[in-house]
Design a protein around this ligand. Structure first.
Ligand SMILES: Nc1nc2c(c(=O)[nH]1)N[C@H]1C(S)=C(S)[C@@H](COP(=O)(O)OP(=O)(O)OC[C@H]3O[C@@H](n4cnc5c(=O)[nH]c(N)nc54)[C@H](O)[C@@H]3O)O[C@H]1N2
Ligand SMILES: Nc1nc2c(c(=O)[nH]1)N[C@H]1C(S)=C(S)[C@@H](COP(=O)(O)OP(=O)(O)OC[C@H]3O[C@@H](n4cnc5c(=O)[nH]c(N)nc54)[C@H](O)[C@@H]3O)O[C@H]1N2
Ligand SMILES: [Mo]
Length: 753
């Protein structure tokens, strides 16, 4: 077993923070930035979407975590990726660098255009850059040959302008990182409870007597959530970890901001129960938990709630009761008695919150699985009352807000009607392309312009070789970015890099200092205002940049006042107030509520926005996920030292890994069965599936030389890091109903290197 720390947080977290801040030039500025992080008059952490306490008085002076500190330090670096740097390196050379090396160059400062003759990026003027992009958009033979990608750090204002730009042009091609992230949650919840967002707020965490943490690693990805879990655990709330891995932070946590605990270095146990299903076994597990509850004596389920607020219970009950126990145990990897025991435990609790993240959403049966989790909540009325509800824990800090602002390839009718009323043009109604379908369209040569508003499309998407080839077929690729990444190097015939301000930086336009707004994972909306000096004096904020592209595309006299929007973000918010439901009096409400305001949630009020006005029990089709004989199930996850494709460092402290990322976590018995030893290097090859057609096993995507590390995983399961292993994820293996790539169950075979 790899040696790991006994708990999470504590001195390790403080040392981790110090190391990352210390490693960046400009330490004092970074330290001062930290004090403005997640304060009412400061900026929102560019890390995760976990909410801040709503009352500014409840926020400690250090409302940040180790990984939030890394995100800030990474952006506030004094290192620069400037024209002099690009003059020294060809794109072919840069493409041999690791993701970590690319981003470590520093902040992008000037607009750059690819020159095929020299294979280098060369500086161009901002005006020239806007004219080129605007001109290409205006000249598209069909607006659907344009694709507008968004990553979830983008502010509400920039996202609103971006969707306005695309729809004004005439397309709904808005793939976004959500398509790879919580899309399955949105689809599942909209069908079940009429709303695609979580129903709980931070206060509910203080009232719950059971919290399920399903397919999520909060110690690394949502460290501020540990504060709530720690408080809950101390109150005697049961916390159940449902995860093939026993993640370290779920075992014990020392809050770095608690003096006494730090002095004694005494961890608070977090999870009271660990359930380790096989990868992809959750649908069977949750069906089993529902079955266990339904088999308990009359009075266990909440008949009053079911009758008043739901439909479909009888069909659900019949379907679940018809599932044989042994089959559920086989498919989930959890024994019958254990499922029954957990069912009793659940039934004994009055206020249950279910939290989940990528372990559930990036599975083939993700939608059906999440609906089964919701069914489990509904049978005991764990919805719409304090301390209970559904909590999909979002990733990027504004991924939820971007959706609210209309970044979606399937726009709701209300949005289109409001856009038409406000701006006087007819927006397109046909659905556009999501991430996976955009790549297919690129492969067919049907995309002339690709714009990425943030993110790292080529590294974040599946099937790296195939996606790269597709991207190279695009006429013009444009990336709005803060740091150099792979997507700049795997580019279209023509390519531009447009740098922009980060969230920690002051955004001052001709109209004066500007602020932008974001929405967190629990539907709280608040302002965020950067303070740091910009990485380059001419860097535009994202709203300005989008407005200038639009102004260049549409020319003067457009019904949207792009020149005003680009300078006065409050004017953008007034337009948002007119178009997006729930944002009435937007500017005034932000001013009245310095800590932010809650958008509310209809399901939390037990008002269901579907034709029947009831929550639905839904039982999806349940096919057992299986892998071909002799294969392992691979899940691709995040280390403690990365933010998605941004690799800060090569350590994964809580899993006992240091100085490397080319590792594969395996069960020792599986390795023995394959005749492999710990420390041995293996090639990992994706097993051929039905979609791979004629390709023989030997031609399947393979990564080479990965070091085996033994880990506490169920038999048949293995794990390694995203994005290195995206080469193995299939573009054709997607979640039913949400089209999300199945990044957590890749059938693989191992061979000694
Ligand atoms: N520091 C930091 N913070 C981040 C990010 C980051 O990269 N770094 N990324 C942000 C983003 S965009 C997102 S979406 C979130 C992601 O947050 P997480 O969802 O926590 O991220 P992953 O590392 O993908 O971890 C998934 C967890 O699911 C488990 N899992 C995998 N397969 C299964 C399964 O079949 N069943 C069950 N029950 N569990 C399974 C894994 O063991 C792992 O613990 O974090 C956000 N916050
Ligand atoms: N195999 C596998 N693949 C996955 C996942 C997985 O678990 N496994 N997770 C998926 C998930 S959940 C997600 S959300 C996606 C993430 O996909 P993306 O959101 O596309 O990727 P990121 O790595 O978050 O994007 C990093 C880049 O964003 C830019 N950036 C950072 N800050 C800013 C800013 O303020 N403004 C602008 N304009 N640019 C900025 C920087 O240039 C940086 O290089 O990946 C998905 N891919
Ligand atoms: Mo995400």
């Amino acid at each position: 077993m790899a040696g790991t720390h006994a708990h999470a947080g504590g001195w390790g977290a403080l040392k981790g923070t110090a190391r990352h801040v210390g490693a960046q030039k400009g330490k004092l500025r970074i330290a001062l930035s930290m004090l403005k992080l997640n304060q009412a008059d400061g900026f929102d952490c560019p890390g995760c979407a976990w909410p801040d306490p709503a009352d500014p008085g409840d926020r400690s002076a250090f409302e940040f975590c180790e990984n939030g500190a890394k995100a800030v330090a990474w952006e506030a670096t004094k290192k620069r990726c400037d024209p002099a740097f690009f003059a020294k390196h060809t794109v072919a050379e840069l493409d041999t660098w690791s993701d970590h090396q690319l981003e470590a160059v520093g902040r992008l400062t000037r607009p750059m255009r690819y020159d095929a003759a020299t294979d280098r990026y060369e500086e161009l003027s901002w005006d020239d850059a806007y004219r080129r992009v605007g001109g290409r958009l205006a000249g598209l033979s069909d607006p659907d040959r344009g694709v507008f990608y968004t990553s979830g750090r983008t502010s509400n204002e920039a996202a609103f302008l971006y969707q306005l730009l695309g729809r004004r042009l005439g397309t709904n091609n808005f793939p976004d990182c959500s398509n790879m992230c919580h899309e399955s949650s949105g689809v599942a919840m909209a069908a079940s409870i009429g709303v695609g967002k979580g129903t709980v707020t931070l206060e509910d965490f203080g009232l719950a007597d059971m919290i399920l943490v399903i397919g999520q690693n909060p110690g690394t990805n949502h460290p501020r959530m540990l504060t709530e879990l720690e408080k809950a655990s101390r109150r005697g709330c049961s916390i159940v970890s449902i995860n093939p891995m026993r993640e370290r932070a779920m075992q014990g946590f020392v809050h770095p901001q608690h003096a006494v605990a730090m002095t004694l270095n005494r961890p608070t146990p977090i999870a009271s129960e660990f359930v380790q299903p096989v990868i992809g076994g959750d649908l069977a597990l949750f069906t089993g938990l529902c079955k266990a509850v339904l088999e308990l004596p009359e009075g266990t389920i909440d008949r009053g709630f079911i009758a008043a607020h739901t439909i479909g219970f009888d069909a659900f009950e019949a379907a679940v009761k018809a599932e044989p126990w042994e089959a559920l145990a086989f498919r989930s990897g959890v024994g019958v008695e254990r499922m029954q025991e957990l069912g009793r435990l659940y039934a004994g609790r009055e206020r249950v919150i279910a939290c989940w993240a990528m372990g559930l959403t990036q599975q083939r049966d993700a939608v059906a699985t999440i609906q089964m989790v919701l069914n489990l909540l509904l049978v005991r009325g764990n919805l719409g009352r304090p301390g209970a509800g559904a909590c999909p824990v979002r990733g990027h800090s504004n991924v939820q807000g971007d959706r609210t602002m209309g970044i979606t390839e399937r726009p709701p009718a209300a949005l289109l009607g409001n856009l038409q009323r406000r701006f006087g043009f007819q927006p397109p109604a046909e659905h556009g392309l999501d991430v996976v379908d955009s790549i297919h369209a690129m492969e067919r040569g049907e995309v002339d312009v690709f714009i990425g508003l943030g993110g790292n499309f080529v590294s974040a998407t599946p099937d790296t070789a195939r996606t790269s080839a597709a991207m190279r077929r695009v006429g013009l690729t444009v990336h709005v970015s803060t740091k150099l990444n792979r997507s700049h190097l795997v580019h279209g015939t023509d390519a531009l890099i447009l740098p922009c301000l980060g969230r920690t930086e002051a955004d001052v336009t001709a109209a004066g200092p500007q602020a932008v707004s974001v929405e967190d994972s629990m539907s709280m909306v608040h302002l965020t205002r950067g303070r740091n000096p910009p990485a380059d004096p001419d860097l535009p904020g994202e709203p300005t940049l989008v407005s200038r592209i639009a102004a260049a595309a549409f020319g003067p006299g457009d019904p949207a006042d792009w020149s005003r929007f680009g300078e006065d973000y409050a004017a953008v918010r007034d337009a948002i107030a007119d178009v997006i439901p729930g944002f009435e009096r937007f500017n005034q409400r932000l001013a009245e509520n310095p800590g932010g305001f809650w958008l509310g949630n209809s399901a939390a009020r037990l008002e269901f926005e579907n034709p029947e006005r009831k929550a639905r029990f839904i039982v999806g089709e349940t096919r057992a996920p299986s892998v071909p004989e002799g294969c392992l199930r691979l899940m691709t996850l995040r280390s403690h030292d990365q933010y998605n494709t941004t690799v800060y460092g090569l350590n994964d402290r809580y899993r006992g890994v240091s100085g490397k990322r080319d590792v594969l976590f395996v069960n020792a018995e599986d390795a023995a069965g394959l005749g492999l030893a710990e420390g041995e290097r293996v090639d990992v090859r994706r097993a051929a599936g039905p979609a791979d057609g004629e390709a023989g096993e030997a031609e399947m995507p393979t990564v080479r030389g990965f070091e085996l590390l033994f880990h506490d995983l169920p038999r048949g399961c293995c794990a390694g890091y995203f994005p290195e292993l995206n080469a193995l994820v299939s573009l054709d293996s997607v979640a039913v109903g949400s089209n999300t790539p199945v990044s957590k169950l890749v059938p693989v075979r191992l061979f000694p290197s």
